[in-house]
Design a protein around this ligand. Structure first.
Ligand SMILES: Cc1cc2nc3c(=O)[nH]c(=O)nc-3n(C[C@H](O)[C@H](O)[C@H](O)COP(=O)(O)OP(=O)(O)OC[C@H]3O[C@@H](n4cnc5c(N)ncnc54)[C@H](O)[C@@H]3O)c2cc1C
Length: 429
C-alpha cells in the first residue's frame, strides 16, 4: 500500500498541535522537501475542529487572555493571530465593546476553527489506534489501515475526564461525567425539584452548577473534598510562572526539586477563576430573589465522596467529612473530579523503546522531545505531557506557541523562531 509520507505527523489537533501547525506554515516547503513531499499532517478523532465542545455551557469564559492565541507570543505578525481573526471576520469592535471580563470559550473555539480552515494537512474523523516504527519513521494507523508515515512524531493528545473507580458501575443516567450534562439535561427536566449533586470543586464543577441554576434546578449540592474551593492566583508574580524564563529555570533543577516546586505552584492554574465563582454566587442570589425561596445551590465543602450506592432511583453518596461520615441522597450526580492524560497508542515495540521515569511518565527534554531508544534521525515530541519538567503551563494555553517554537527549532536543527524572555522581575531560586 502506498502510505502518504510526511516530514512530521501529529496525533491530535487540539490547540497544542494547531499552534505547531500554524507556526509550521513558515517552514512547510523546507519540511516537505525533507519529508517525502508532505510537510506536517495532523490526525484527530473529532469530526471537525472543536475544543472541549461538551463543556461549552452558555456564558463560560476563558481562564487566559485572548493575547495567548496560537501564534502571537512568538510571532505577532502571523496571519493566524486572534486579532486577525477578529478583524477579518468583522467582530473586532463588537467584541471589544462587549467588554467581557474573560473571552467567551465559544469565541476561542470559533477562532480555532477559523485557523484550522486556513491550514493544510489536517485530517478529522481519524482515530489513531496504533503508532509503529518502520525503517522510514513512524507509521500511524486507524482501524488497521496505515494513514501516514513520517520522520518525526508529535503527540498532542490532551486529556480526558475521569470517572473515579468508586463511582463506576452505577446507572449512567444517574451518575455521569460533566461532559455528558448537556446531552442529559432533557431527560433531567422532570427532576428539577429533586436534589442533584455536582462532585468536584474545580472550574468544570462550578460551571455545571451555574448551568443547573440557570435551568431552574432548585436543590443543587456542589460537593468537594477541600475545605475551600480555591481560586486561581492571577497576581503578577503568579503569572511569572507562566513564561519561558521560568521554564528555563525549571530545566536546570533535579526532577525531585522540580516536582516539589511545581506542586507548590499548583493553584496558579489548577483552580477556579474568581469570575466563575462570582457568577455562581450571583446566579444563586438572582434565583433566590426570583423564587422568593432559599438559595438553589449549596456548597458542601470538606466532603470526600468515597463511594455511592443506589436506593431505587436515588443515588446515595457516601462521604467522609472532617470528623464523621455522611450519606447524601440525590437523583443525579454530575462528576467533575478531574482529568487524566489520554493514552498514547504506541505499539508494544515502540512503547518498550520510550524511556519513562520512576513515576512511569515519559521523560520529556527541554526541547519537548521524548527520550527514547531512537532510530537515527527520528524524533518524538510531546505536548501537554510534561508537567514535572516544563511546569504548570505545560497543560495551559499560555505558552503553546513557545512550545511549538521549541519543537520546530529542534526538528529543523536551527533557530526557526527566536525565543526572547529576559526582562523578568523575579530572581528564581
Ligand atoms: C473545559 C476546559 C477549559 C479550559 N480552559 C482553559 C483556558 O481558558 N486557558 C488555558 O490556558 N487552559 C485551559 N484549559 C486547559 C488546556 O489548555 C486545554 O485542555 C487545551 O485544550 C489543551 O490542548 P491540547 O491540544 O493539549 O489537548 P486537547 O484540547 O485535549 O486536544 C487533544 C486532541 O487530541 C485528539 N486525540 C486524542 N487521542 C487521539 C487519537 N488517538 N487519535 C486521534 N485524535 C486523538 C482529541 O480528539 C483532541 O481533539 C481548559 C481545559 C478544559 C477541559
Amino acid at each position: 500500500m502506498n502510505v502518504p509520507a510526511y516530514h512530521a505527523v501529529g496525533i491530535g489537533a487540539g490547540p497544542a498541535n494547531l499552534s505547531l501547525a500554524a507556526l509550521y506554515q513558515g517552514v512547510r516547503s523546507e519540511g516537505a522537501a525533507a519529508g517525502g513531499g508532505g510537510g506536517l499532517a495532523l490526525f484527530d478523532r473529532q469530526a471537525g475542529p472543536a475544543w472541549h465542545e461538551a463543556l461549552l455551557h452558555p456564558g463560560v469564559g476563558m481562564q487566559t487572555s485572548w493575547l495567548k492565541d496560537l501564534v502571537s507570543v512568538v510571532d505577532p505578525t502571523h496571519p493566524l493571530s486572534f486579532l486577525n481573526y477578529l478583524v477579518t471576520t468583522g467582530r473586532f469592535f463588537a467584541l471589544l465593546n462587549s467588554q467581557f471580563d474573560s473571552l467567551p470559550r465559544r469565541e476561542y473555539q470559533a477562532y480555532l476553527a477559523w485557523a484550522a480552515q486556513r491550514m493544510d494537512g489536517l485530517h478529522y474523523g481519524v482515530d489513531i489506534d496504533r503508532i509503529s516504527l518502520t525503517p522510514d519513521g513512524f507509521q500511524v494507523w486507524a482501524g488497521g489501515v496505515p494513514q501516514a508515515v513520517a520522520a518525526h512524531l508529535v503527540l498532542g493528545v490532551g486529556s480526558r475526564p475521569v470517572l473515579p473507580a468508586a463511582l463506576r458501575g452505577l446507572p449512567p443516567d444517574a451518575v455521569f461525567i460533566a461532559d455528558e450534562l448537556g446531552a442529559r439535561l432533557a431527560a433531567m427536566d422532570g427532576h428539577r425539584h429533586e436534589p442533584v449533586a455536582v462532585l468536584g470543586g474545580g472550574q468544570t464543577g462550578c460551571e455545571a452548577v451555574v448551568r443547573l441554576i440557570g435551568l431552574g434546578f432548585t436543590d443543587i449540592k456542589w460537593i468537594g473534598r477541600g475545605q475551600w474551593f480555591k481560586t486561581i492566583d492571577d497576581s503578577p508574580l503568579a503569572n511569572d510562572f507562566y513564561r519561558p524564563e521560568h521554564q528555563k529555570f525549571l530545566q536546570g533543577l533535579t526532577l525531585s526539586t522540580r516536582r516539589r516546586l511545581i506542586e507548590e505552584q499548583r493553584h496558579t492554574g489548577d483552580a477556579l477563576t474568581p469570575g466563575a465563582m462570582k457568577s455562581l454566587y450571583q446566579a444563586n442570589y438572582g434565583a433566590m430573589l426570583e423564587k422568593g425561596a432559599g438559595f438553589p445551590a449549596r456548597i458542601h465543602i470538606g466532603h470526600d465522596v468515597t463511594g455511592a450506592t443506589m436506593d431505587g432511583d436515588t443515588v446515595v453518596l457516601h462521604c467522609e467529612t472532617s470528623e464523621q461520615q455522611a450519606d447524601i441522597p440525590v437523583r443525579h450526580a454530575v462528576v467533575a473530579m478531574g482529568r487524566e492524560k489520554t493514552p498514547i497508542p504506541f505499539d508494544d515495540e515502540l512503547r518498550r523503546r520510550v524511556d519513562v521515569d520512576d513515576h512511569g511518565e515519559m521523560i520529556v527534554e527541554s526541547d519537548c522531545s521524548v527520550r527514547w531508544k531512537s532510530r537515527e534521525g527520528h524524533r518524538i515530541y510531546a505536548m501537554n505531557r510534561a508537567r514535572f519538567s516544563h511546569g504548570i503551563p505545560d497543560a495551559n494555553l499560555t505558552l503553546l506557541p513557545v512550545r511549538a517554537a521549541l519543537i520546530l527549532n529542534s526538528m529543523f536543527d536551527r533557530e526557526v523562531y527566536r525565543l526572547e524572555d529576559s526582562l523578568c522581575t523575579v530572581a528564581w531560586g
